[in-house]
Design a protein around this ligand. Sequence first.
Ligand code: ATP
Ligand code: MG
Length: 575
Amino acid sequence: MRFSKFFIHTLKETPRDVALKSHEYLIRAGLISQSGSGIYSFLPLGKIVLQKISDITKYHMDKAGANEVLLGCITPASLWRESGRYERYGKELLRLKDRKDNDFVFGPTHEETITDLTKNYIKSYKQLPIHLYQIQTKFRDEIRPRFGLMRAREFIMKDGYSFHSSYESLKEEFDKMEQIYSDIFRDLGLDFRVVEADSGAIGGSGSKEFMVLANSGEDTICVCDSCSYGANLEIATRKPKAPNSQAPEANFAKFHTPNTKTIESLCEFFKIDSYWTIKAVVKKALFDNEVSEYVFFFLRGSDSLNETKALNATGANELCDVSEEEISKLGLFAGFIGPYALRNITNSKHIYFDNELNGAKNMICGANELDYHFVGVDLNLFEDLEFKDLLEVKEGNVCPRCDGGKLYFTKGIEVGHIFQLGDKYSKAMSATFLDENGKTKPYIMGCYGIGISRLIAAIIEQHHDEVGIKWTKNTAPFMVDIIISNIKDENQRNIGEDLYSKLLELGVECIVDDRNERFGAKIADFELVGFPYAIIVGKGAIEGKVELVCRENLQKQEYELSKIDNLLHEVKKCL
Ligand code: ATP
Ligand code: MG
């Protein structure tokens, strides 16, 4: 490729409203151009990188025996109604109508489409398992599209779906995909972690995320310092905390506790550790059809509620904060809420206790009366309490998997997510097969996503410096940028052109900077765009010398043109 013929427009200045380096460089290096909120066009450079990521993904998916398809990006709403997601999915789902007033959705994901397609072909267990995948544009009307390709509304995903006759077969494929995804991300040159994850709106059980480690990541992942345990904070667990102080033994009694609205003041009042207190968190949960209800969560005062765990406990679509005013309208007092008579006072069906409160004794909790708490509370004496995992793990907590490892947090960018769906979609959509005994059964399904376009941003987040991008070996749009310092100098031009043909012959992807531009601008573009190498044909050319610059560390090395084979060899070695 020649720079002079290449559609590339780099910018010196940082665009406004850009918070991430990847977003800044994607625009400044001329990879993408924004056409609307969360909607981007890929320019030639961006398209090359996108294609490389897609090709690596395809290579590994095909090797794993999956078949590539391309589904319509628009799905008839009838299929989404069958699965029940047309109503549930919420505002992220782009709903459309055709001229006959038929409803459609622009697929944010394609479980419905693929399940409907498969059921027309696969009737017997003998045809299973099968894995179909595609690389396609998705649309999610994200509430806050931001950070460029990181959280766009229109983006490109690799989504795969597997169909099985048993859970064992699904588990086998799921484990295989964990391996295949790891191979893909390794090939892309990424430092990543596989973590246990929440299944979100897609549903099913048992899912894992692939997190690219980067300080700018939106997700907090919780990892063990001594074993391979890793989980998104949304579902991370710990070994239950042991008390680090003596229990405040007391007979059950109501106690006057003025000015003790917070756990801290309550602990100060009784001179106890917050481990022995019960904290109440009230939220308003929004369910289908705009039904809303107040929900109550109880945890040890030393713990805090994790919003995703809380949401999953209720089965609601969303949880909202509740003001003190609303609490008093319920007949309760903020800071003094406890489980006694709570169901009678509020009629709430949604009262949940954190698992670590199971069997708790010698506790102190709100008395549902202003300025009063109960002491000597024994939760074993309550009937039918609903226990759930609600608490948010903290750094330093003990690993739930190994003995004694400590948990710590790191930030990650979610670039892949694999799910064991089970029969959620096949059951709802009557997608069945006949098993060995001639019995009709719903398929057992898995689904597997990779954020192809987000990966471009993730690679940049992990591989950049203050002047620009540093592409990894397999994602670089071109390996070598041959910079002809002064295009008007015939000698330089000839040397540059000669090197260009030689590198092309060797199969090295290269671009020659043959523009009539200042040398400074050419080198700045090299650094910004981040080609792994530049060969500078400059002043030294007259003495038969060129320079090889390595983008990784910006170090230069001089080469004699008479020994040019050494240089070409050097570059080729790095491919
Ligand atoms: P997130 O938690 O980041 O919103 P998600 O869990 O909703 O993502 P999945 O449904 O698991 O996403 O989709 C599979 C993959 O698609 C994700 O792992 C991510 O890499 C990518 N992806 C999802 N949403 C977006 C988006 N708005 N922009 C770019 N890529 C996305
Ligand atoms: Mg996900």
